[in-house]
Write a protein that binds this ligand. Structure first.
Ligand SMILES: Cc1cc2nc3c(=O)[nH]c(=O)nc-3n(C[C@H](O)[C@H](O)[C@H](O)COP(=O)(O)O)c2cc1C
Length: 307
């Protein structure tokens, strides 16, 4: 059975990747699974300067999912490039760095740092950060604005040595429009989706359950919406897609790939079951065998509609 997938001109041993922010930098999971079995590890997002993150509580369980408002806590891209990346590259799988920024220049600087001595296999650009420069409103995210998306991706593409993946927020009216902007600017692939905006309140204290009041919803609760986002982009934009959102088992992987994803990322499930990716890969292989499909790539976009 051929599980390999090619994205951005690069071959991956299988289409199951660990999602940013839910898998640390891999070493936190070595006691639970063989990291070399994972298709790729997307590291936690880093920014140009270290960040302390949002006030606590930062996570809360919700029906079929969770809310988080970590606020991009990290030690900065220089630390990542010097201390974390070289270690991650020893795990026998692809390593994808994730960067974010508060201006185009910050993204470019991060890409520059990651194009030095030790480079990741690819860079995922987390565009779910406030769009300060284009800030039409205080809450507008980079990936809610096709123009800002285009500018950032174009600038990073020029500077980065590695292929780039644009990770989009689903909190938009037309996700295909943003995906098209990212692709036209040079993104090698698109990751869909980051979390959905949400909030939860304790009725007894009448206080929000997250220190930041609002956060991002993830887990199986978002899966149908995420599958739809993948399908929308698959129909309208010719670009490699990495599907993300509530994947818990092998059939969920198949669901995203049938909708048009070339690979998927597993997020919240890693927090519930740290060894889950091994199980999910096994289940996905069983699915392909049962369906008599010899290659993981053969189900991409095979959705049957009508009659
Ligand atoms: C605790 C937590 C932290 C996250 N941190 C990041 C992050 O640093 N960068 C990023 O691009 N996405 C981050 N995400 C979003 C996930 O990578 C993923 O896109 C989202 O959770 C949907 O997938 P899931 O339902 O499988 O979790 C985070 C998600 C969670 C739950």
């Amino acid at each position: 059975m051929d599980l390999t997938v090619t994205i951005g001109g690069m071959k991956f041993k299988n289409p199951l990747w660990a999602a940013s922010g839910t898998f640390g930098c891999g070493k936190e999971f070595v006691d639970f699974l063989d990291l070399s079995e994972v298709g790729a590890i997307v590291a936690k997002t880093v920014t140009l300067n270290p960040r302390e993150g949002n006030s606590t509580p930062r996570v809360v369980e919700t029906p079929s999912g969770m809310l988080n408002s970590i606020g991009l806590e990290n030690k900065g891209v220089e630390h990542f490039a010097a201390e974390v990346l070289p270690e991650m590259k020893r795990y026998g799988t692809r390593v994808i760095a994730s960067i974010s920024g508060f201006s185009r220049q910050e993204f470019v600087e991060c890409a520059r740092v990651l194009s030095g001595k030790s480079t990741p296999d690819a860079i995922e650009i987390n565009l779910s950060c406030p769009n300060v420069r284009h800030g039409h409103t205080k809450c507008l995210l980079m990936a809610q604005d096709p123009k800002a998306t285009k500018e950032v991706i174009r600038a990073v593409k020029k500077r980065a040595k590695a292929p780039i993946i644009a990770k989009l927020t689903p909190n938009v009216t037309d996700i295909a429009e943003i995906a098209r902007a990212a692709k036209d600017a040079g993104a090698d692939a698109i990751s869909l989706v980051n979390t959905y905006f949400g909030m939860a309140i304790d009725p007894l204290t009448m206080r929000p359950l997250l220190g930041n009041v609002v956060g991002g919803l993830s887990g199986p609760a978002i899966r149908p919406m995420a599958v739809k986002a993948v399908w929308e982009v698959y129909k309208k934009v010719k670009v490699a897609i990495i599907g993300i959102g509530g994947i818990m088992n092998g059939l969920d992987v198949a669901e995203f790939m049938i909708a048009g994803a070339n690979a998927v990322q597993i997020g919240t499930t890693n927090l519930v079951e740290p060894g889950a990716m091994t199980r999910i890969l096994r289940e996905y292989k069983e699915y392909l065998k049962k369906m008599k499909i010899s290659s993981a790539r053969n189900i991409v976009g095979r959705l049957k509609t009508g009659g």
